[in-house]
Ligand binder design. Sequence first.
Ligand SMILES: Nc1nc2c(ncn2[C@@H]2O[C@H](COP(=O)(O)OP(=O)(O)OP(=O)(O)O)[C@@H](O)[C@H]2O)c(=O)[nH]1
Ligand SMILES: [Mg+2]
Length: 318
Amino acid sequence: MDNGQNRAMEGSLILTQGPSGFVSLVGKPNVGKSTLLNSILGEKVAIVSHKPQTTRNRILGVYTSSRGQIVFLDTPGIHHPTHKLNEYMVEVALATLQEVDTIVLITDGTRGITQEDRLALERVFSLGKERPVIGVVNKIDLLKPGEKERRLQELENQGPFTRVLALSALTGEGEDILLDTLLSLLPIGPYYYPPDMITDQPEEFWIAEIIREKIFLFTHQEIPYSTAVVVEDIKEKEEILVVEAIVYVERSSQKGIIIGHKGQMLKKIGEAAREEMERFLGIKVYLNLWVKVKEKWRKKEGALRELGYRRPQKRAKG
Ligand SMILES: Nc1nc2c(ncn2[C@@H]2O[C@H](COP(=O)(O)OP(=O)(O)OP(=O)(O)O)[C@@H](O)[C@H]2O)c(=O)[nH]1
Ligand SMILES: [Mg+2]
């Protein structure tokens, strides 16, 4: 390695030091944290849905430009947990507050400050103390004239923010100001990741997440929340990616719903997931989906670990 010195690669000079550091994207569920990460990176690194509590893990996304490197940590929405899976999710989100250089606290501009926002704000200012906190009013594309200013003022009144700003993660409006602000706050130092790296997620995890996203899209009530997806095997055979994945539910009645009448629901989920994988991976995909019951897995520590929900490690920085 180059100890953070500039290095020449394929004839062009690529900076490997400058403003660089870790930034956590936090807030209550459904405010647009994952949408914002994807929009900044120009890649779908995190799944997104119109339902709350979509993200369950810490998702790392690396933004590198000629001006610096920002390592974003997308997190599950902060909420009052009702069982072990939710406890795990909140723990993951809160752990990032003590690992990062700067915190971005996101709110939904169409809603105003709610009880759950207050919970997130309280945690951010107590656990993340001494770190700069940027407050974001998201979804400004949906706001009426004048509403943006009101929401910004309302957010600013909630705590000692370094700065508050408004943006739309859907249209990208205002994101450049967030990036400029973050780059101005981050310390100067060597980059943590190679400039061409976007995420550290293994392919199996990303594929399982895409399947879970389609379950969030097509199923209702408790079904998406009772579901976990594990990719068991990926093989490339004659330019086709063959994926074997298991959809876990908590009860046999849920298995029937996920499979649907004559298998229609599972087919719909599988087709949508496969099409997206093919588009992103640029290879033909054969997706084999199985549904299994793991009784009350959301309430059992051992089952959570088996399904890949492992307690956060102490430090994000390597
Ligand atoms: N109109 C509009 N919709 C947005 C914007 N940002 C996010 N959304 C929508 O808000 C919903 C939630 O987005 P996510 O990115 O999944 O939100 P999240 O904060 O990651 O949610 P959790 O993972 O559940 O905590 C989705 O339907 C997005 O399309 C925005 O700027 N404008
Ligand atoms: Mg999310």
